[in-house]
Design a protein around this ligand. Structure first.
Ligand code: BG6
Length: 368
């Protein structure tokens, strides 16, 4: 049942290409992006003037990733909010607000209550969910199901990647409705998404390298994660995985913020994982991150760099280099997250913990 793996999480990490393929299937027909359920008119979708993504844990990180794509494609302001905070701060909602509720289980109480609050304020709610007929999709105006399949590991992996893909479909559906993208552009973006399962398959060839690396740094006291642009939420997700599984202090930072505080944490031997943007796709950010890495390396950090294959400029500053395939910038989280999942799982295993059932956590939390 674990497919020859020591733990489910590794099996589920390896199922990610399939989870993406299944999530994308059937959502682009006759030149149009289609949702699974739409009880909201095309006109209402066109009238949306603000988007909130509400979610918890990894699902929240999938929303942070999507913000970059939705704002870019749709020219709509997008706020991403922890579901547990949302309704307690009187968010500004009306009929033209679209609230995207992302939840693997579809039963998370914090997210469900955020959905109920949004609907009371007349906002439209679109659910991105991995569980057919769960409560959150039942109470929503539109639904897009991720088809990651059942996830046994408590820490999300394949459901997270599927959420990113589904959130992108939501962005494309909005761009299509609003006319901020021409049909041929929507088709091209969808085709790029369809190429991602193969790219994720390719990044899985780094599993052994990353497991070795995990064993080497398993005794560290803490690990920091840095990223910029879409690499920033990936850094947050990498840190969350490590907290959940290995019970280690881990934090993700926006690399540009390093100099405003976190650099004080750097000490000899501290592992720092850096998610590099593409040197071609984001040359300016890339150069800034290279300089960040040289600074932390000079202060003794052990740099673990996740970079696009063929990225030579970063090599001198990388104590460990994990190469990921070159993909469009907005889609990079689908490949750059994978080594971070493997790293956390292997560190946890080396420390003797149950990777699939971390202490104090439950797969679905139905209390607020
Ligand atoms: C937490 C889980 O309790 O809930 C996380 O441990 C998960 O892995 C989060 O990301 C949100 O869950 P869901 O089902 O709403 O996506």
């Amino acid at each position: 049942e674990k497919g020859g793996h020591e733990y489910f999480m590794l099996k589920e990490i390896e199922e990610q290409p399939e989870a993406l393929t299944n999530t994308l299937r059937g959502h682009f027909e006759s030149g149009r992006i289609i949702l699974d359920e739409q009880r909201i008119s095309d006109q209402d979708l066109r009238d949306v003037d603000k988007v909130f993504v509400v979610a918890c844990g990894s699902a929240y990180h999938s929303g942070l990733v999507a913000k970059y794509a939705i704002e870019h494609w749709c020219r709509l302001p997008v706020e991403v909010e922890l579901a547990s905070e949302f309704r307690y701060r009187d968010p500004v909602l009306d009929r033209d607000t679209l609230v995207v509720a992302v939840s693997q289980s579809g039963e998370t109480a914090d997210t469900l209550e955020a959905v109920r609050h949004a609907r009371e304020q007349k906002a439209r709610v679109l659910a991105v969910c991995n569980t057919n007929g769960a409560q959150i999709p039942r109470e929503s105006d539109a639904v897009l199901y991720t088809h990651a399949g059942p996830e046994i590991g408590v820490a999300s992996t394949k459901a997270f990647l599927a959420q990113i893909a589904a959130n992108y479909l939501v962005g494309l559906a909005l761009a299509q409705a609003r006319g901020t993208k021409y049909p041929d552009e929507v088709a091209r973006e969808f085709a790029e998404l369809e190429a991602m399962p193969a790219a994720v398959q390719k990044v899985l060839s780094t599993v052994d390298q990353v497991r070795d690396l995990g064993r080497k740094i398993a005794e560290s006291k803490a690990v920091l994660f840095l990223g910029r642009h879409v690499g920033f939420p990936v850094a947050l997700e990498g840190a969350l995985k490590l907290k959940e599984l290995a019970y280690m202090h881990a934090e993700g930072f926006a690399a540009g913020e390093l100099k405003h505080g976190p650099i004080a944490l750097i000490e000899d031997g501290l592992p720092v994982v850096v998610v590099m943007p593409s040197p071609k796709g984001r040359a300016v950010l890339h150069a800034k991150l290279v300089s960040n890495i040289s600074e932390i390396q000079a202060r003794g950090a052990r740099t673990i760099v996740i970079a696009e294959e063929g990225d030579e400029t970063v090599r001198p500053f990388a104590d460990e280099l994990v190469e990921i395939p070159a993909v469009p910038t907005l889609l990079q989280p689908l490949v750059s997250t994978v080594p971070l999942q493997v790293l956390a799982a292997e560190i946890a295993r080396t420390r003797g913990y149950d990777v699939d059932k971390p202490r104090n956590l439950a797969k679905s939390v139905t209390v607020e």
